[in-house]
Design a protein around this ligand. Structure first.
Ligand code: NAD
Ligand code: LMR
Ligand code: MG
Length: 596
């Protein structure tokens, strides 16, 4: 199997100063950076093609933020940021790194949801790779068109985009957005990422009939056809880029592919595994803060899909580590789907993934209403992964507040319009007592003379570190222990002030530091499982491993100096008489040569 080839040479440790990619600088979109020195401009032959001033990042940022504030709607801000990324990638990431809390909602949930709904209408430029069902048999040849060396891809078939349903190829916004966060949060080089949209038909009839829709106008292919297509895709991706990490995202039914590929490729499913991990990470802190012993918790999950079951399975793992038997842990969950409480004797055919948590102790009772179920179960925990915006209404939240001193309430559906409740509602109807995390961001608010800040239980806290960890240790597979390690690492990553303030997740502004901790945990678990192929990392102490990780993270602030250093070196080489045609990094600078 291609993914098991041990001979696959990734960056060797000493050589790869900047990160694991073989391309230390991207010349295409940095050429016209107004921060480039005059010397660099002369070398690149862009002298005169930009305004004369050499700008500091602070001045550039001032202009960008001003332009951003002039855009009246989130979608226009999204479009401006897309344009910035396409024309000056390092400036985009500098801006994002310094304004992560404010800009993330504009390039990720919730705005990316609107962008996907309107993708065909707002499309201006290509940003990833599209593979259609009619391309089967030729996937390897098409992958050869992608010009860069890829380390990680996010792939979707668009069939369940956030809580917005089947959006076909309009789903491309999701891989683009997730990979931007891989770069911003974990420092994976932008040119080492591949957004991948599969065009396998769509059951969204309105899209198929929309003249602007840009995918195949056929109904979604069958599961068997999709399986064969994915078989070819996985082999082709791994043959083209042997060390590639493949993240599955927003598939309507992700379980068959995960089962089929997890032991033979370096892959994971973010909605099942990443979500499970991120919620466990915050949940460990919520359980502590609740003051209720693990054995006394009971959880109702609204939504029994891939995310709900993924989360519950990992909480089971946490409960077992806390001393419960698997049976005791499993019995702590009551799932509700669109047909009510999930029971074995409900009379419908349960999807395979629901059977593990289906109740058989319901004495033939089938409960449809969430409020009646709350009275029946008396839960300490209420999780929402149902795509039903507003499902945790006043009545539901007040019931949770009556039953618990500190109810754990996690409305996790995305985007914000699908969140089961807002932060404000949770605070108001539980008198500020809820231990809260939502999938999409909500603003802080004042309550009872205090500023309360919501947690954001979004897989963006873990997937960047899972991906970077797998890349750096050259993992053969992404094991369940690596996923669980990302959760535990996340739960320990809060600093003293965050703990004192009762936060469940660390401040998003520290995400790069958090990603280092998560990455280290993932690498350690890979080493324990023996799936790592970068054996030199095994002997490193934790601080050494952290430095190793940090040194390989792309830093957009350093890029300008990197370009200047390389140009200076090339000029020195050229003026020393050598007729350089390449600088050995494959970035194309030298072929343009000194000028002026
Ligand atoms: N916070 C995060 O990091 C994160 C991660 C992954 C998914 N999500 C969100 O979770 C949601 C669900 O994702 P998924 O992959 O599980 O989707 P899915 O389609 O697999 O599952 C949705 C579930 O909700 C149930 N449901 C639908 N209508 C319902 C109703 N009226 N009452 C009760 N249950 C109902 C369905 O029966 C199904 O079990 C999405 O909105 C997604 O954006 C959030
Ligand atoms: O994309 C997100 O914001 C989280 C998650 O993967 C989702 O599908 O909702
Ligand atoms: Mg997702």
């Amino acid at each position: 199997m291609a993914s098991l080839e041990l001979a696959q040479p990734h960056a060797n440790i000493k050589q790869s100063q900047h990160h694991v990619s073989s391309k230390p600088i991207s010349t295409t979109s940095g050429d016209y950076d107004t921060a480039n020195s005059l010397e660099v401009r002369k070398y690149l032959r862009t002298y005169g093609l930009t305004p004369p001033v050499v700008e500091s990042f602070e001045v550039q940022a001032q202009r960008c933020l001003k332009l951003l504030s002039m855009k009246p709607t989130p979608i226009e801000k999204y479009q401006y940021l897309t344009h910035l990324r396409a024309t000056n990638v390092h400036l985009f990431y500098r801006l994002l790194a310094d304004n992560i809390k404010d800009i993330t909602p504009l390039i990720y949930t919730p705005t990316v949801g609107e962008a996907c709904l309107r993708w065909s209408e707002i499309y201006t430029q290509p940003e990833g790779l599209y593979l259609s069902y009619s391309d089967r048999g030729n996937l390897h040849t098409i992958l050869a068109n992608w010009p860069h060396n890829v380390e990680i891809t996010v792939v979707t078939d668009g069939s369940r985009i956030l809580g917005l349903g089947d959006l076909g190829v309009n789903g491309m916004g999701i891989p683009v957005g997730k990979l931007a966060l891989y770069t911003a949060c974990a420092g994976i080089r932008p040119d080492a990422t591949l957004p991948l949209q599969l065009d396998l038909g769509t059951n969204n009839k309105a899209f198929r009939e929309d003249p602007l829709y840009m995918g195949s106008r056929i109904p979604k292919i069958s599961p068997e056809e999709e399986r064969d297509f994915l078989d070819e895709l996985m082999a082709a991706l791994t043959e083209r880029w042997p060390g590639i990490v493949i993240q599955f995202e927003d598939f309507k039914n992700p379980f068959p592919a995960l089962e089929r590929y997890k032991d033979i490729y370096t892959c994971f499913n973010d909605d099942v595994q990443g979500t499970g991990a991120v919620i466990v990470g915050g949940f460990i802190n919520a359980v502590r803060a609740s003051g209720v012993p693990v054995k006394d918790h009971r959880a109702i999950f609204l939504g029994a899909g891939s995310a709900g079951v993924g989360v519950a399975k990992q909480i089971v793992e946490y409960f077992i580590k806390e001393g419960l038997t698997e049976e005791e842990a499993r019995r702590k969950f009551w799932f509700v789907d669109s047909n009510g409480l999930v029971t074995l004797d409900r009379g419908d055919k349960l999807a395979d993934h629901k059977v593990y948590f289906a109740r058989e102790d319901n004495d033939g009772k089938q409960i449809q209403s969430l409020s009646r179920l709350i009275e029946y179960v008396k839960p300490t925990i209420l999780m929402g992964l149902s795509t039903i915006g507003g499902a945790f209404n006043r009545d539901i939240l007040e019931r949770m507040a009556r039953l618990n001193d500190k109810p754990i309430v996690f409305p996790l559906s995305n985007p914000s319009s699908k969140s089961e409740c807002t932060f404000e509602e949770a605070v108001r109807y539980t008198e500020g007592r809820a231990l809260f995390a939502s999938g999409s961001p909500f603003p802080s608010l004042e309550f009872g003379g205090k500023t309360l800040t919501p947690g954001q239980g979004n897989n963006m806290y873990v997937f960047p570190g899972i991906g970077l960890g797998a890349i750096l240790c050259k993992a053969v597979n992404v094991t369940q222990d690596m996923i669980y390690a990302s959760a535990e690492s996340l739960s320990t990553s809060l600093n003293a002030e965050e703990v004192a303030a009762g936060w469940l997740y660390p401040d998003i502004r520290r995400i790069r530091e958090v990603s280092v901790v998560v990455t280290r945990g993932v690498i350690r678990a890979a080493q324990e499982n023996g799936v790592d192929r970068e054996l030199s990392l095994r002997g490193l102490a934790d601080e050494q491993l952290d430095s190793y990780i940090r040194d390989r993270m792309y830093d957009p602030h350093r890029e300008r100096e990197n370009v200047a250093d390389e140009v200076a070196q090339l000029i020195a080489t050229a003026s020393g008489g050598a007729h350089a045609t390449t600088n050995g990094h494959g970035n194309g600078i030298a072929i343009r040569g000194p000028h002026l």
